[in-house]
Design a protein around this ligand. Sequence first.
Ligand code: SAH
Length: 520
Amino acid sequence: MEEKPKMKKSGKVYLVGAGPGDPGLITVRGKNLLERAEVVVYDYLASKKLLKHAPASAELIYVGKKGGVKHTHTQEEINQMLVDHALAGKTVVRLKGGDPFIFGRGGEEVEKLHEAGAPFEVVPGVTSATAAATYAGIPITHRDYTASVAFVTGHEDPTKENSNIDWSKLSTGAGTLVIYMGIKNLPIIVENLIKYGRDPKTPVAVVRWASTPEQRSVVGTLETITQVVVEAGVKPPALIIVGEVVKLRDTIDWYEKRPLFNKKIIVTRTREQASDLVAGLEEFGANCLEYSTIHIKPVESCEVLDGELERLEEYHWILFTSLNGVKYFFERLYSKGMDARDLKGPDLAVVGKSTADLLLRYGLNADLIPSTFTGEGLAESLLDQGVEGRNILIPRALQAREILPETLRGAGAQVTVAPVYENCPAEGDKENLREELENGGVEMITFTSSSTVRNFLAMIDMENQEELQKILAGVKIAAIGPITAKTITDNGLQVDIQPEEFTIPAMIQSIVGYYNGDGK
Ligand code: SAH
């Protein structure tokens, strides 16, 4: 077919509201645009977590503007950058905190694009005022309290002669006032509001880093809030909410009352594992820091498994002792042109419920799940059935405990261990992990396997036991099951939380229960 002459692709700039901080609060449209961006130009207040939606090939440009700190780019440079990329034919997402048109200079950026003839679109976002109020438990309007709300900038010096803000009208002109960028000028703002007739007893809330795990809010009245803010050391970015609706916080506060709110939890895991644990803990308000301690890769040689795949029908049992065992077994099976139908002979046993669930995704029901989800538990259940003279295949990690094959052999079974993957320590992030621990403020570390424990200890690389105890002083430790717990205690550390059932949901429940005071 004859190739069509290529039309020059025309670029476009999408001003996208990133929302207030919680990455779940971007719009569907905003996320879709990020997913096909070629260039992303983002701000200090736009959640960095959103950047993962952009294609790996996208150019990510940080133009952060942080109040009081030297700007990385001037507004003129940003405007020019947007124009240049659009005219070069690129799809540009200009990601701005909150809503682009609410105190975000979005209007100016769009004017410049228009002047330069560069196409653009604007996607609104959840502005920080509504998010801060909602996440602090304050309905911004309420039939019993207020019928109007005003968004105001507090950045302007209220004493300046030609101020754009007429405080004499504003102070009593709207029921609820939400003031952006007002922390520095808080004393003057409060003074003006009282001076122009607002009751000094009016409740005021100040909310910092709203809708993020670092959210912090304080409450006072017009008379007291300046002092409250100084004493609590509240710094920007924060919003000031003034009005009777603030009173409702006592009943409505839900976000900060979640059991894991304000708790920093280090989640050690493998790079390839789905972050079910992180998602679950975050649901309860935790601030999770994920560290990959293990990198999992297929073994270099699958010689053993390849041989056994040709005589699968001779096996009575195949045992899956880990999720990765399932995953890499099937990868190899498929690569040989085989599939689930070739497994109709042997019975299938798994170590626990998650492994059974994963197996089912490959179209196969587990025939045996032990009541205790460990290698020992599995061995016991099999022994109950009698294994003498049975052929048993175990696809698993290159380095793993020998207890299961040894017990089965001891009972007269023919056991073949087929390594399908290996655990290697993950590189990277080391410095950052040590820094987090040294700075204090880490509440808990979670371990989901013995390898995560060993690799974590290798990563933080403490000189001796004493140093290790010192850096982990006061940090709680959660282990998914008894084997992991033993590796922890063997290394001189204490286990604070261990679920009865060895699954991620049970682990989340135990952690939450620990803080709710309903047992460990
Ligand atoms: N376009 C943004 C506002 C930009 S102005 C929006 O619609 O939200 C920057 C100011 O917004 C900050 O100084 C602070 O007052 C407020 N702000 C933005 N994000 C915030 C957050 N997560 N928590 C509290 N205040 C926030």
